[in-house]
Design a binder for this molecule. Structure first.
Ligand SMILES: [Zn+2]
Length: 344
């Protein structure tokens, strides 16, 4: 098969011929139709993600069709249209059995980091990592959009539950111009919240407004906390979702919360920060982490797209051979929404 291989960190992709994968017991192989190209995997390519063993085929936001299943596999058959779960969860521990797979106690890591991923004609995974696509998703016509749902759209969908976003609440999204941030704007609007997009990339504000942002705030223009207070009659916002998670954004986000406000971090820079214990007390505020998304939440997100209620924003779709150029744009932050590679 054709595969885009990374020989090491911070190296260009190499278009390589690899043997077609064969499924062992409990495994399945899918023909990859498309694969999303987000910042998460660009971090791997750029060498910012420790612990990855090279050579490696990256990519996890796939749309594909099952071409072979190994011994003992049930519930998956040749011809099934699939996408993939990003975490190699065990499926058997107390967290997996509680439908909280991102917290798996025996995780094997991630698709495209700890095993080969979707930047190739075929992908082999443990069968339970594949997720069958529901009826009503035209994956043949829109494979790139369907493929990115499992991360770019489902991760923001999960945040709505984690932060208990209710209709009419005000949600500020820090890093709203990024690939996940803009889908968070979209999903918060879908949840009938009032959405404020916060980003330093003013050129992305038009896209944020199109995705549903009611207001935009650029921290480069001055006091972001004051701006968020001004937009909420001095009360503060109900929810901050921080995709940047640098010390400055986390501390601004915590200060911008109102009564019963919730701050959600999804990692990002993952820096330490200070918050006021007195504000947490007096205003009954909460600081939360949200990690990826459960399988059930992915199924719910696929259904939302199948019903036509939201549509993933993929603005740059190119053949596998142009992976290097796509990743250069991802690195420079030039992509609006998501980019994706078309493989079949
Ligand atoms: Zn588990």
């Amino acid at each position: 098969m054709k595969a885009m291989v990374l020989a090491g960190p911070n190296r260009p992709f190499e278009l390589t011929t690899r043997p077609d994968p064969l499924p062992g017991p409990g495994e399945a192989v899918a023909r990859v139709i498309s694969c999303g190209s987000g910042l998460t995997i660009q971090h791997v390519k750029a060498g910012r993600r420790p612990g990855v063993k090279f050579p490696r085929i990256i990519g996890h936001e796939i749309t594909g069709e099952i071409v072979a299943v190994g011994a003992g596999v049930s519930g998956l058959a040749v011809g099934d249209a699939v996408t993939a779960y990003y975490y190699l969860n065990c499926g058997h521990c107390r967290w997996c059995l509680a439908n909280l797979e991102p917290l798996c106690a025996h995780s094997g890591g991630n698709v495209g980091l700890d095993c080969d991923g979707g930047y190739a004609e075929y992908i082999k995974l443990p069968a339970h990592i594949f997720i069958k696509l529901p009826e009503g998703l035209d994956y043949k016509e829109h494979p790139a959009e369907i493929g990115v749902i499992t991360d770019a759209l489902a991760t923001p969908f999960k945040v709505l539950t984690r932060a208990r976003v209710r209709p009419g609440e005000t949600v500020a999204v820090f890093g709203a111009g990024g690939g996940l941030g803009i889908h968070q704007v979209m999903m918060a609007k879908w949840a009938k919240a009032r959405v404020i997009a916060v980003d330093t990339a003013a050129e992305k504000f038009d896209a944020c407004r199109k995705a549903g942002a009611d207001a935009v705030v650029n921290p480069r223009d001055g006091d972001v906390v004051g701006a968020l207070k001004d937009l909420t009659d001095g009360e503060g916002v109900d929810v901050v979702v921080d995709y940047v998670s640098a010390t400055a954004t986390l501390e601004a986000g915590a200060k911008a919360l109102g009564r019963r406000g919730r701050l959600v971090t999804l990692g990002g820079a993952g820096q330490p920060f200070q918050a006021s214990a007195m504000d947490l007390l007096h205003k009954e505020q909460e600081l939360l982490g949200s990690r990826y998304v459960t399988r059930a939440e992915i199924l719910a997100t696929l259904d939302i797209v199948a019903r036509g209620e939201v549509w993933p924003l993929v603005t740059d779709i190119r053949p596998l051979e142009e992976a290097e150029a796509v990743h250069e744009r991802v690195e420079r932050g030039e992509v609006i929404g998501r980019a994706a590679l078309r493989i079949a």
